[in-house]
Design a protein around this ligand. Structure first.
Ligand code: GLY
Ligand code: MN
Ligand code: MN
Length: 445
């Protein structure tokens, strides 16, 4: 097995060097002499002084492991040590951030700012900077004209698909953390706790507050497992426990893990189907090789799902005929997976070149988020599933294929909701590396 180094403090300098090369190259796509990259601002809710949870600008976060400091900026000038304008307000309502510390600070020229008004002086030597961030008004106030220029973002987004060793280490660590949470959640399910309590066991195990997770954790019991992005946490346990689908991640310095497991409460048909989906998920991963197109894996996943529908006596048709009639799309309406990194659904899943040419999926797979060839150092998910979604089943019942469905068997599975198994994968030195199963293998339980 190809190891992923998690000695990330030793990998940071080469990560920073790589970023400087990428940014210099992106700069050459426009007439500009440097970058101002905003961490982001707190946004107030309508007519209130409360703010939405802060989400850092991923372009800022890629430079340094700061995810919780609005009002800061990175200034990058080609050939110069990068500058961090570190926001440290004099504020007795909130606790100002501590002075920067850790493995990364030596590589930076750090200047503390207490307000946005100080930024202008810090970039006065730049004649035509590029601004990267959501705050157009701030950029305009500084007289910056080039705000998120498309050729620059296209280049930076494409480059983000190729993770540095530092980034691979962060995503491995995020997986290690997420797996601790998954084990705690499984134990909570076995104790027959509610969705809400399972979620809290998960968060406690990963030592994240809810807003620090890369995406809202999906904790579905029974028929809620059929809701692809189920967003509630029932506080009361159901009368009967059938199944748990948990899709929950963790972050390391802003890099995400995105992991799903499904459990049956008791042995039986649903447990057998979980095992079968798990086997197929690993078979898909076995099919991965550098250069293969992701859409090919996605289409083959549909054939695999058709095989399972046949094997479990749910549809009376050959798998090939099922594929022809789009039957599997009722049971699996999402894509095989997506790029993963600073964002859970990371950028550039359709982008075929640094210049930004996009290849969209065909109309049969509108939810597919990745159409590229798989290459070294990309990180992506493989997350097949089978769901029993009442509205889609009702459409199938009304279609010409409705008569070919073994409704008695399908209806027995509706109360279990569905199954998804999701791992995070990369290619390292020509080998497929499963960051998620690495993490499960390394836990003592
Ligand atoms: N957790 C969202 C997804 O798997 O895409
Ligand atoms: Mn995912
Ligand atoms: Mn997920």
């Amino acid at each position: 097995m190809t190891p992923i180094s998690t000695e990330i403090d030793q990998l940071y300098i080469s990560h920073l060097n790589e970023l400087q090369v990428r940014y210099e190259s992106a700069l050459s796509t426009v007439e500009a002499d440097g970058f101002l990259i905003a961490s982001g601002e707190l946004i107030e809710t309508f007519l209130d002084d409360q703010t939405y949870p802060f989400k850092v600008n991923p372009h800022f976060n890629q430079w340094l492991p700061i995810t919780d400091n609005p009002g800061s900026f990175v200034v990058f000038r080609p050939g110069c040590k990068p500058v961090l304008l570190f926001h440290q307000a004099d504020d007795y309502w909130h606790k100002p951030p501590a002075d920067p510390s850790g493995f990364w600070v030596r590589e930076w020229d750090i200047r503390t700012i207490s307000s946005f008004g100080e930024v202008s002086d810090c970039i006065s030597d730049l004649v035509a900077p590029v601004f990267i961030g959501a705050e157009h008004d701030l950029a305009t106030a500084l007289g910056i004209e080039q705000i998120n220029p498309t050729p620059v973002l296209d280049a930076l987004h494409f480059d983000r698909s190729y993770k540095t060793e530092f980034e691979l280490g962060c995503i491995q660590l995020a997986n290690n953390t997420a797996v601790e949470g998954h084990l705690a959640a499984k134990a909570a399910f076995e104790q027959r706790l509610s969705e809400f309590d399972i979620q809290h066991c998960y968060l406690k195990a990963i030592r994240h507050r809810e807003q620090s997770t890369p995406y809202p954790g999906i904790i579905g019991l029974n028929e809620n497992c059929a809701v692809l992005h189920y967003q509630h946490y029932e506080t009361t346990p159901p009368d009967e426990f059938l199944s748990l689908l948990i899709d929950a991640g963790a972050c390391q310095y802003g890099y995400a893990a995105d992991v799903t497991r499904t459990y049956a409460a008791n042995p039986g048909r649903f447990q057998e189907l979980v095992n079968a989906v798990d086997e197929q998920q690993q078979a898909i991963i076995d099919d991965i090789e550098p250069g293969i197109n992701y859409m090919q894996l996605h289409e083959k996943m549909h054939l695999r799902v058709c095989d399972l529908l046949k094997q479990f006596n749910l549809i009376n048709m050959s798998p090939e005929a099922m594929l022809e009639n789009d039957i599997s799309r009722t049971f699996l309406p999402h894509g095989l997976g997506h790029m993963l990194g600073l964002q859970t659904h990371d950028v550039a899943g359709f982008q075929q070149s640094r210049q930004g040419a996009n290849l969209l999926p065909d109309e049969k797979s509108p939810a597919l988020r990745l159409t590229r060839n798989i290459e070294e150092r990309q990180v992506f998910t493989i997350e097949p599933g089978i769901y029993f979604i009442p509205s889609l089943l009702s459409d199938l019942r009304d279609s010409k294929s409705g008569k070919d469905v073994n409704w008695l068997e399908v209806e027995k599975l509706i109360p279990y909701g569905g199954i998804r198994i999701e791992d995070n994968i990369t290619i390292k030195d020509g080998n497929v590396v499963n960051l998620t199963r690495n993490a499960f293998a390394n836990t003592s339980s």
